[in-house]
Design a protein around this ligand. Structure first.
Ligand SMILES: CC(=O)N[C@H]1[C@@H](OP(=O)(O)OP(=O)(O)OC[C@H]2O[C@@H](n3ccc(=O)[nH]c3=O)[C@H](O)[C@@H]2O)O[C@H](CO)[C@@H](O)[C@@H]1O[C@H](C)C(=O)N[C@@H](C)C(=O)N[C@H](CCC(=O)O)C(=O)O
Ligand SMILES: Nc1ncnc2c1ncn2[C@@H]1O[C@H](COP(=O)(O)OP(=O)(O)OP(=O)(O)O)[C@@H](O)[C@H]1O
Length: 477
């Protein structure tokens, strides 16, 4: 594509030079790129215009009075991010228009519902890609890029969608974070479907209040042709004026019975095509709700509830999210929970199907949110029977100090009797210790690392794969 073609819709005459990319980050500029300067919290992208041009940018977009020496698209500041999205989409040939695209939004459940929908579409013969917190799959299997977001910036989103189109994919499922929606990262994505899980207070520092948070999420529903809305979420019910299908109590898709078992969930659901029974190899009752959302979403793409019910038992799970490593003689689960609330949800979800004790291995990251350490320690001993406190990306902070904070929280726990926690700074040894101490019918939860592929220490970054390490220590591989 040439610069003339790319800038014409913005009313700027530009020469016929070939454009080779679009980016908002001067460090990623290569010869032939268009650089879009964005004002940020830490930097003002306009300060890097000269740098971008020196690296070979053939044009710049920005909001300030500048003479960069290459064609300059000057826009009001509020239009820069939307323009970044539009330029990236045009550069990549508007790939979302060639795909059936679903966006999944909500406070919790986005990753799980995205994976479930991807599974239902792919297993019923639709070549499907995915972009989300865990990573992306543009057709060649799941990739776990470092520093990956839930929803990447517009140039990455559009680039990945273009790879999907080139690879012959026909469907894509995207996690849509509220940050991404507010920051126009998904502006130029043509959504066929919006899936809404539920809304509860989060990220209010960014959005101001619940209303701002709701408005950001609502953008997805307003932009999509059709929505799948949760009847149990009052915020979703404010969007029923939009074309939609409902799931949840009284909805078109409804859970009829849910049984929690050691290796997963067995449930029945009502659908527009009748009642079906299925099994989901996932733990946690809320995952039946995520599955229901995915069943309704897949239905809108033409996957019958009968077919979907037959495919759910083959779901491989979400890497690092309540991932079952094995079930006997004691159960081992890897989960990403790394906040007090997340850990409480995970431990509470596992308790009903744990006949023996609940053992948790957990740590808290260095250089991040130190205030959560003591509450994490406290939650661990209040809701588990035994906690092993260990490292979790301690970075430049001494592990012992982080462990001391976790232990301090544990000591404050109500109803605590005696010593129900241990300290082992080395994560691998901590996991091995938990396995040594586990008895038949116990559940051992390895919390905090989930799908992540590195463990950060002061002077080294180790490759990490918690589920693989657990399997190795258990002699399973
Ligand atoms: C709070 C937030 O959303 N921050 C986003 C914001 O960062 P910022 O305002 O600090 O940007 P900045 O570092 O000041 O830089 C300003 C501009 O100068 C550019 N720059 C900077 C330095 C340089 O040498 N050259 C250069 O061009 C930057 O690329 C940027 O365009 O603008 C950046 C560029 O667009 C984003 O990458 C960055 O996301 C950061 C990484 C982030 O952590 N975002 C999180 C909060 C996020 O989006 N999370 C959601 C999930 C939330 C959830 O549900 O949990 C997600 O979708 O991942
Ligand atoms: N439907 C749901 N209702 C309430 N809580 C849920 C639901 N689904 C998931 N959760 C909780 O949220 C946690 C994260 O789930 P998931 O990864 O699917 O959400 P997410 O919205 O994608 O968050 P992230 O982007 O951080 O991964 C789960 O471990 C569970 O505790």
């Amino acid at each position: 594509m040439t610069l003339r073609e790319l800038f014409a819709p913005f009313g700027l005459a530009a020469p016929d030079v070939e454009v080779r990319g679009v980016t908002h980050d001067s460090r990623r500029v290569e010869p032939g790129f268009v650089y879009v300067a964005l004002p940020g919290r830490r930097f003002d992208g306009h300060a890097f215009v000269a740098d971008a041009v020196a690296r070979g940018a053939v044009a710049v977009a920005g909001a300030r009075a500048l003479s960069p020496g290459v064609p300059y698209l000057r826009l009001p500041e509020t239009e820069l991010r939307p323009a970044l999205a539009r330029l990236a989409a045009e550069f990549h040939g508007r790939p979302s228009e060639k795909l059936w695209v679903a966006g999944v939004t909500g406070t919790d459940g986005k990753t799980t519902t995205t994976f479930l929908l991807h599974h239902l579409l792919a297993s019923s013969g639709r070549r499907t890609g995915m972009i989300g917190t865990v990573g992306y799959d543009a057709g060649a299997g799941l990739a776990f890029p470092e520093g990956h977001f839930t929803t990447p910036e517009a140039p990455e989103v559009q680039g990945l969608l273009a790879r999907m189109v080139e690879g012959g994919l026909t469907h894509a499922v995207l996690e849509a974070s509220s940050h991404a929606l507010a920051q126009h990262r998904l502006d130029a994505v043509d959504f066929d479907l919006a899936v809404w899980t539920h809304l509860s207070p989060e990220h209010l520092d960014f959005h101001g209040d619940m209303e701002g948070y709701f408005r950001a999420k609502a953008l997805l529903v307003e932009r999509a042709r059709l929505a799948v809305l949760n009847t149990a979420c009052p915020y979703a019910m404010r969007l029923v004026h939009r074309p939609h299908l409902s799931y949840g109590p009284g909805g078109e898709f409804e859970l009829l019975e849910v049984h929690e078992e050691a290796a997963g969930l067995a449930f029945a659901f009502a659908s527009p095509e009748g009642r079906f029974e299925t099994r989901l190899p996932m733990l946690g009752r809320y995952n039946a709700e995520n599955a229901l959302a995915a069943l309704a979403a897949a239905y809108t793409a033409g996957v019958s509830p009968e077919r979907a019910a037959a495919e759910l038992p083959r779901f491989a799970g979400v890497p690092g999210r309540m991932q079952i490593v094995r079930t006997e003689p004691f159960r081992v689960v890897v989960d990403f929970a790394h906040t007090p609330k997340g850990l409480a949800a995970t431990l509470s979800a596992l308790r009903p199907t744990t006949e023996g004790r609940l053992v948790v291995v957990v740590g808290s990251a260095g250089e991040r949110d130190p205030g959560k350490r003591a509450p994490l320690g406290r939650t661990a001993v209040e809701l588990a029977d035994l906690a092993v406190f260990t490292e979790e990306d301690s970075r430049s902070e001494p592990v012992e100090e982080i462990l001391a904070e976790l232990a301090r929280g544990a000591e404050e726990a109500s109803g605590r009797e005696g010593k129900d926690y241990l300290l082992e700074p080395d994560r691998g040894r901590a996991i091995a210790l938990a396995f040594e101490l586990a008895r038949p019918d116990d559940t051992v939860v390895l919390a905090g690392k989930g799908h992540e592929r590195t463990l950060e220490r002061e002077n080294e970054t180790l490759p990490w794969n918690e589920a693989a390490l657990a399997r190795k220590l258990l002699g399973l591989e």
